[in-house]
Design a binder for this molecule. Structure first.
Ligand SMILES: [Cu+2]
Length: 245
């Protein structure tokens, strides 16, 4: 498939429901992928990069105020959008789940690292607290149908295991902290391991895809969701370049 440049705008509202449309799909099966293809490209930002915004830290200044906390809800670096979730839908079988890193995020300087964590549906998510202050993990399941977690993580609790029941159903769950209102992160509960999160330049790559036709979903917390058809050929890269605004 050739490169595509498609500009679109979508309100963030209503986006989560679309992202969850695959919930009823058949269970993904692990197997060996021989001669798979790949999907690679970049998610660009159509327009001028938004001016950087810094939150005013009004709580636990000695820890949270050590370095400025930037608003990373729309982060454009090198012309591309960082923290865009790119996922492949309709994959019946393919590479092993173990190709995804274990879902773990840290609270450091009162910021979630990483902002977006990917997990297999029905797995625990680990939340570390390296700040030596109280945080509180609050999940917002939106339309996933997962239960809400609202768990205090005192300074002595360096590691919190968020139980798998909070991540039983696929979709996107937002994480916030009731102590520090600027803290925001997302757990992407995946149906299959073909999920990538964009880095600098908006770049991403999804490897070892069995040849076939799929739908690629592109989701960003502020810019909304877009999906497009993608044709993957055996042993060949497929370029997908999209602009968001
Ligand atoms: Cu906090």
């Amino acid at each position: 498939m050739q490169s595509k440049h498609a500009a679109f705008h979508l309100a963030a509202a209503g986006v989560l429901s679309l992202a969850l449309a695959g919930a009823a799909q058949a269970q993904y099966k692990e197997g060996d992928v021989k001669g798979g293809g790949s999907i690679a490209g970049a998610i660009k930002f159509d327009g001028a990069a938004p001016a950087p915004k810094v939150f005013s830290v009004n709580k636990d200044k000695e820890v949270c105020g050590k370095s400025p906390i930037r608003d990373e809800s729309l982060l454009v670096k090198g012309g591309g959008v960082v923290n865009v979730v790119v996922s492949l839908k309709g994959v019946a079988s393919g590479k092993k789940w173990s190709t995804l890193p274990k879902a773990e995020l840290d609270q450091k300087g009162c910021v979630y690292h990483p902002r977006i964590v990917v997990t297999k549906a029905g797995e625990d998510v680990t939340v570390l607290n390296n700040d030596n202050i109280l945080h509180n993990v609050h999940t917002h399941p939106e339309k996933t149908g997962n239960p809400v977690a609202n768990i205090a993580q005192p300074k002595f609790r360096k590691k919190l295991t968020l139980a798998k029941r909070y991540f039983a159903k696929p979709g996107i769950v937002k994480l916030t902290c009731d102590v520090h209102d600027w803290m925001a992160g997302y757990a992407v509960i995946a149906e299959n391991p073909y999920v990538a999160v964009t880095g600098e330049g908006g770049k991403f790559e999804i490897k070892d895809v069995p040849a076939g036709s799929y739908t690629l979903e592109i989701w960003h917390e502020k810019l909304g969701m877009k999906s497009q058809k993608v044709e993957v050929k055996a042993g060949a890269p497929t370029a997908v370049n999209v602009s968001l605004k």
